[in-house]
Write a protein that binds this ligand. Sequence first.
Ligand SMILES: Cc1cc2nc3c(=O)[nH]c(=O)nc-3n(C[C@H](O)[C@H](O)[C@H](O)COP(=O)(O)OP(=O)(O)OC[C@H]3O[C@@H](n4cnc5c(N)ncnc54)[C@H](O)[C@@H]3O)c2cc1C
Length: 397
Amino acid sequence: MTDTVNRTMVVAGGGIGGLSAALGLANIGCRVTVLEQAAQFGEIGAGIQIGPNAFHAFDYLGVGDAARAKAVYIDKLIMMDGLTGDLIAEMPVDAPFRTRFGNPYAVVHRADLHGVLLDACRARDAITLVNNQRVVAYENTASGALVRTETGDTFAGDAVIGADGVRSKIREQLTGGDALRLSGHVAYRAVLPIEQMPEDLRWNAATLWAGPKCHMVHYPLQGWKTFNLVATFQTDVSEVGTNEPGTREEVLGRFGAIVPKARKLLEKPTEWRRWVLGDREPIENWTDGNVTLLGDAAHPTHQYFAQGACMALEDSVCLADKLRRCEGDLGAAFHAYQEERIVRAYRVVLSSRMLGKLYHAEGVERKIRNAVMGAKSPDDFYNGLQWLYGGTGLSAA
Ligand SMILES: Cc1cc2nc3c(=O)[nH]c(=O)nc-3n(C[C@H](O)[C@H](O)[C@H](O)COP(=O)(O)OP(=O)(O)OC[C@H]3O[C@@H](n4cnc5c(N)ncnc54)[C@H](O)[C@@H]3O)c2cc1C
């Protein structure tokens, strides 16, 4: 096994997946070029929940303390019945949780989390960050692989990592264009200044209000200066959309059945952004020669498990680890990487679909959900999540 993998890598996409991959690869000796389509490297203005497994990944990448410094440490995850306003279940994420899993469960502003990775990448001579480069295609070559961008430029290396998100161009070419799977769910996002958050809802928790065909989530952010708000509902949309403007009237109309205590929160934001959500069916191969996929490009998921970004971070850990163990043999490393990641990442994708149904349950299903969830002890929850939070999924082999 070697600690220095003398390889040049081209990463398509500079999100949490692409930057963490670059960092992991630079840590083992690679030179990495990250190509980002946007004019600047950045993230949207919203919150994200981060499980202990993501902090394990940050630790592996050498930026655990910086990531922990940006987080808000909530006390618990709460599920409320939006129809009655009653508590359904809660899972403490306080000291015993942290001791058991070796890291906290936290909520963070996305820009802060992305910024931790960006700062670390900028501090590395081995990493080159390039903006305004939209990747349109890749090619395996005699000496490695290259990508072409919209500007007509090419960037070549020993290998290409497609970390270009849910609408990945690399995946499109690699699979021949597998379809996005529309969930019919739309998520509205807003960030509220703390003064606008109703005092009776300023809980130090990630709170989920479950309603018929809808649910909403809120939690504190940025040292309690703001609250993150996500309102999701089922509808008959025909196209996936990202970060579009949304209207207050549409949100309020979909949450008519929710108790006033929670519904009043939806009247507060002056600006909503909306995402029409989709994922893709699992595939058994992420690799074509010297090209492989990572993050949402490989396993786009619904947000209900709050694990999409956590999985992208874990992918980066696994990719670097396999390359190091395989002493830079790309074929062997990419094979080992995808074999290890496919089961774990798609378990999250399929579990997220099930959670979407659970959150939106109606009638008898709602009663069963409340009874089953309400009967769980903290240890029941922890035992059920051991596979996920107990590590990064990295095998010793
Ligand atoms: C409403 C909602 C809530 C969520 N909440 C959570 C949560 O609480 N916890 C969690 O872990 N996950 C959550 N997720 C999932 C998480 O946001 C994603 O899984 C994560 O951002 C994936 O990271 P990525 O880097 O793979 O892709 P992306 O974040 O999509 O980044 C891809 C990057 O590539 C760039 N790009 C795209 N195409 C090209 C191209 N052709 N050429 C060059 N650059 C390109 C993009 O501009 C972007 O910068 C949530 C998602 C949604 C929609």
